[in-house]
Design a protein around this ligand. Structure first.
Ligand code: PMT
Length: 400
């Protein structure tokens, strides 16, 4: 719920601006107070009257309007908001934000604000992939600007690819996460690993496993929802990057370790990724050819670094709470108990991944929370529910 939360919506000029109307409706339905700033280009796509009717408030448009400034100065607009949301965030407005240009009301408010800012980019695929936009996004992210989307799909310009603005319900979810700032994990940093790793054999083949990333991604979302500033380090999955979570994409275990080390310090680390225990000792530079007298190749394997054990042994940088997962096919709790000791983590979430359990790739999970104090059996539930319950336990650990 967003009851009592104040959202300043900046509607810029792009075809996706029409979705801002549905967004206002949904935000108000959840109890948020919405005030809108409409750019000149935005008014080409959405009428001020529609926004005014849906927000039940005046729509702010002009930096130099005597009435706007006397009723509500641009500084006051941002002071009165809990969050600024830009829909659609056009390539032009993102570039202005990065450069600190303030040449209209929207860009001036964005420059003057000290409130969190969430942007929902929308633009043609080539504009999104242009090095200028890539760099602008990178810089804005580093400054703490939150992003939702864009997603991949058919675009109004007739092309297909990334650049489509997220749907209103996804933007609402991102807003809820961004406003989790008052939650019990507010001010805490969380690191979550998710998905499989891919260990290359040659340029076209790799060793992998069946992890879908559903469990790990759900944990990142649940922690962000409780207010944690969350970094998700994920192997290749089919899932979208969760809104309000800083997501880092990697392929191999060694890349995952590097990304996790770069994400420290963190208050809590949750390692839900199914990291490949082994990689090929040598990777062929060219595709290994089939046939010939030699027969099938023999793969020599080397052990991968253990990310969970490394985080648990990170000395001064060790997160205050280190949580692993244990994927077991038999004697789940006793194997997990032994794994917790061996890897040096505080808690381990044990799950049965034996054939027929449906844990890998499925939507549900049956887990046991193993700690120094013993083990606790949780009933079978959705992976989202496992994630929420675990996030609540993490919050209790830090607040008790
Ligand atoms: O992705 P889903 O389809 O939703 O499935 C979820 C899941 C089954 C992948 C997840 O719930 C899970 O159990 N993740 C851990 C899988 C695993 O690799 O378990 P393990 O018992 O082999 O490893 C134990 C722990 O050490 C894990 O926290 C793992 O992330 C970590 N590990 C393992 C090896 C390694 N080289 N580095 C690690 O950090």
């Amino acid at each position: 719920m967003l009851r009592g939360k104040r959202v300043l919506l900046i509607v810029a000029g792009g075809i996706a601006a029409f979705k801002s109307l549905e967004l206002v409706r949904r935000l108000r339905g959840r109890g948020a107070m919405v005030r809108a700033v409409l750019t000149e280009a935005g008014a080409e796509f959405v009428t001020p009257l529609s926004l005014q009717a849906l927000t039940e408030d005046k729509v702010y448009r002009d930096l130099f309007s005597l009435t706007d400034e006397s009723e509500m100065g641009h500084i006051q607009l941002s002071r009165d908001a809990d969050l600024l949301v830009v829909v659609p965030a056009t390539a032009n407005l993102l570039a202005k934000m990065r450069a600190g240009i303030a040449d209209d009301l929207a860009s001036t408010v964005l420059l003057a604000t000290d409130k969190p800012v969430l942007v929902a980019p929308a633009m043609n695929v080539r504009m999104w992939q242009h090095p200028a936009t890539v760099e602008n996004i990178q810089v804005l992210r580093q400054r703490g600007v939150l992003l939702v989307g864009p997603t991949e799909g058919d675009m109004a310009c007739g092309e297909f690819g990334p650049g489509r603005m997220s749907e209103p319900e996804e933007i609402v979810a991102a807003i809820e996460q961004a406003l989790g700032a008052g939650g019990p994990l507010s001010g805490r940093r969380a690191l979550v690993t998710s998905g499989p790793t891919w260990e290359p054999i040659d340029p076209v083949r790799y060793i992998a496993n069946r992890s879908s990333g559903k469990q790990g991604h759900a944990i990142a979302v649940a922690l962000a929802r409780l207010g944690a500033s969350t970094t998700l380090v994920t192997g290749p999955t089919r899932l979208a990057d969760p809104a309000g979570v800083h997501t880092v994409h990697i392929e191999s275990a060694r890349e995952m370790l590097e990304a996790c080390s770069a994400a420290l310090p963190a208050d809590v680390a949750v390692c839900a990724a199914a990291v490949a225990d082994w990689r090929t000792a040598q990777q062929a530079g060219q595709k290994i050819k089939k046939g010939g007298n030699a027969g099938p190749p023999t793969l020599e394997l080397a052990e991968n670094p253990d990310i969970l054990a490394s985080l648990a042994a990170a000395g001064a940088k060790r997160p205050g709470l280190v949580i692993g997962f244990a994927a077991e096919t038999e004697t789940v709790v006793s194997h997990a108990t032994e794994k917790r000791r061996r890897k040096g983590c505080d808690w381990i979430v044990a799950n049965d991944v034996s054939p027929g359990s449906g844990t890998f790739g499925g939507d549900d999970n049956t887990v046991h929370l193993v700690s120094e104090a013993g083990s606790e059996d949780w009933p079978r539930m959705g992976k989202d529910a496992v994630a929420s319950r675990l996030a609540d336990r993490i919050a209790t650990f830090f607040t008790a």
